[in-house]
Write a new protein. Sequence first.
Length: 676
Amino acid sequence: MDVALARQLLSEGLVLESLDTEALGPWRARVEALRPAVAAVLAATKAAPAGPAAEPRGAAVAPLPGRGRALLAGQSLKRGQVVLREQALARVPLPKKLDLHPQTQLALKLWEAERSDQRLKQTELLDHGKDAGARKLREVIAACCALCCDRPQEVESLFRWLGRVRVNAVTVSCLVESDGEMEHQQVALALYPELARSVNHSCRPNAILRFDSEDLVELVVSSPVPAGEEVMISYGPTASTMPRSKRQAALLAEYGFECLCSACASVAHDENFQWKLKAQMLDDRARAAVGRAAWQEAAIACSAAVSMLREGYREGDVELAREECKLAGLTLRAGDTVRARETWASAAEVLRDLVFPSDPDLQEAEEMLQRLPAAQTSAAQTSAAPKAAAPAKPTSAATFAAAATRCEVAEAMQGLRDAIERAACPAGPSPRLEPQGTTVTDSFTGSILGLETLNLSAAEKAKVLHAMSGLGAQKVRFCVPRRADLASDTEEEEEQELKDFTSKSGCFIHVPCGDFSRKEQLCKMLQEDPDFEAPSSSAAGILADDAEPEPGVERALKKYKWASVTSSFIPGYGPSNGGDDMWRLFFDDNFLTTQSEPNRAARALLGYRALGSFVVSCVNRKTGQDRPISRKEVADLIMRRLQGGDAERITRENEDQRARMETFSQLGGETIELKG
């Protein structure tokens, strides 16, 4: 192709730019930069060995009216069954950020026009699609290619090869890590003759392609296929990733056909993809929470995102399983090992059937299933653990067994755990809850503030969801009595806050303080656990880069390899309460990324938010200094709470909350007493 042909194209109105050197300068540099990629393509195609012949298993290629050749199941095919295994006839790595379509398609047509000594009409030089916005760019590139290509034999060889694989080539993708997450990346184009001639497209496919690290591709059944039915894959767009109109446009532009699959034929208009938008918003919220190391918030948002994705993806979809892997990791970082293991198990069950064993997500899931003990196994080992008669210094496992099962200990400490989690007293002005900071649950369309830290029974959850069903996608505020951010409100501030939430929230739900009268074995466990940290001096404040940590935290940092430090005052013993002592707990909120075994006393005391080691601090209010404390003193403090020693404080908090509920009700909001 010469300059004369390019000028002729310009004169016919295909390209409006002039052909002078200055105008073509930027385009010439761009095309010259692609020359190494062109050479690599040519070299790869010359040296590419032919793959062995592949024959379908359990299926056969047969003509199908209206479909041409089709791969039909000769028997009932089960999920995970490999129907076709084939080596690539040719495989070419894709240079980064190189797009072979639609510019390549236009260049092919220009080359064909020159070969036949004909000039194509303007409309014939466009791709199958109707994207007018991209037309100008493709036209300019075509003219520049004509000017810059000074190796006609090489270009002719390249275009011949591209003409063969333009439609039949398969994009090979693999999982790569990007910004801390695994995502698919296109790495090569490969030609599989048997696959290309036999497998048709469906926007709701029943099979997928999986690639190994070399040139092997396998066609795997992703959902059961009855005998006589067609085995189909997606050429790219699916009913789970694009609405109908966009799928149709993409397939027409790239492959030149109008899709008439069941997913496209069953709807006349675009499907509702609100679920996908909500899932993306929740995923963005989870990412933001990860950036703040707010693992519990990230896990809640990710869980809700996965629930949204279930509306669009079929159960057992690979992409859904990969999202579950991400959710499992966040759940583990949040401290819920049981749920994390269950989520990884669910994802692994899907991935084992549909991906190669070398798949990174599957490998991670299998590894975590090995590292995290099953719940029933753990309970059985706990109940069977021998109890020493009178050990001088019992091990953590033995003392944990003495405190009954993990479930009983967790139940016994639920009230105290909630109190500790809800009573953080940070220095400076108290933070306020904002409507945009809500947590969206996976149970109904709406938002809940504070639900993520409540451990509701099935009956309580049913009561909440019943209340939600009548609110119609409104925000709901769970007002629990241990919120430190509300403790310092003036009457005017509180009234204004309630007015704001009345207009933006659907319901005010009161969760009263729990009953603290539980098992006494916990006291003995805390007294005797050798891993329980009760230093003579501990931290009082956040660690700074230029400050030395206090002795207690310093020991914990070294002994348990803490990654970050979080602290919380025990309710009733913080700066706003009376008495000489202020009791504070320090723990690692990144526990599961830094420690291999949980501290059992910490598990019982702090629950799922902090399962690792912790440090206890007691600050004398008068002197402002830490004072020496013992295990027994800490155990006595906790036992006092367990035996109802804080009953007066609990009653006062419940009364305050009921007063807030009454005000909320007077302002027009709905109120619900969850317990009692």
